[in-house]
Design a protein. Structure first.
Length: 250
């Protein structure tokens, strides 16, 4: 595939991309797996359910084609690496590009039929999750910041699952942006309803993505100037397809 023209990102700009896994009856083509490396292909084939393999493969094809479009490089030429973890200095921190030189920052998340990719000129983390069960809320809310726990307990029960899901995705997005992931205690940082108490130097945004999921992005900047949200059509991940960076924002 011919490399697209580069589309550089400005500081303070964040581009967010959503991809919804289609119903099997709505799949009209075949995913182009030729751009994935050996480890990505192995991970996709190792998924015990066919739907899980399809979601993993489509997420990574989307990531490659997006980054290729931003950088003006063929998607298959991209090589990924990990930065050192801030907690232990081992190479399992934020993902980065080793080829070409990392001039953009990115983050990928996928869960239960939904994919979210964030691309920015500043370090970024994104997270998308299916709205949790009530039992998950009861168990996991004991691990978060005490003020977050109090806020969740004050939410009417009918709304509590979605409220906790939104809190959780904010928290995971921030920890992914830091590069620690869940290696950092969940109770250490506050990402509840009071935005003024969120970690300094970071901007966190909630992302609308339908009634079954919650999503958020965290960017290491306090001067966010523009956020765009776009949907990726599954057809753009088939052989010969391309991701249109000029697609209208959702």
């Amino acid at each position: 595939m011919t490399a697209p023209a580069a589309a550089p990102l400005d500081n303070g700009r964040v581009d967010l991309w959503l991809l919804r896994q289609p119903h099997p009856d709505d799949i009209t083509g075949t995913l182009d797996l030729t751009e994935l490396d050996e480890s990505e292909l192995a991970r996709a084939s190792a998924c015990r359910r066919q739907t899980g393999g399809f979601l993993y493969a489509s997420a990574h094809i989307a990531l490659r084609r997006l980054l290729g479009a931003y950088l003006g490089r063929p998607a298959a030429d991209l090589r990924f690496a990990r930065q050192p973890c801030p907690c232990c200095d081992q190479p399992h921190g934020r993902p980065t590009l080793s080829v070409p030189d990392p001039s953009v920052h990115f983050s990928l998340s996928h869960s239960s039929g939904m994919v979210l990719v964030g691309v920015a000129a500043d370090p970024i983390g994104v997270d998308v999750e299916q709205v949790p069960r009530a039992s998950t809320v009861r168990v996991c809310s004991t691990a978060v910041h005490p003020d977050e726990r109090a806020e969740i307990e004050a939410v009417p029960e009918a709304l509590r699952r979605a409220a906790f899901g939104q809190l959780w995705t904010r928290k995971e997005a921030y920890l992914k942006g830091l590069g620690t992931g869940l290696g950092r205690p969940l109770a250490e940082d506050y990402l509840g309803a009071d935005e003024s108490a969120w970690p300094p130097g970071w901007t966190v945004v909630d992302i609308p993505c339908g009634p079954r999921h919650t999503a958020a992005a965290a960017v290491r900047t306090d001067a966010l100037t523009r956020t765009s949200l776009r949907w990726i059509p599954i057809e753009s991940l088939y052989a010969g397809g391309t991701v249109d960076l000029s697609a209208r924002a959702a």
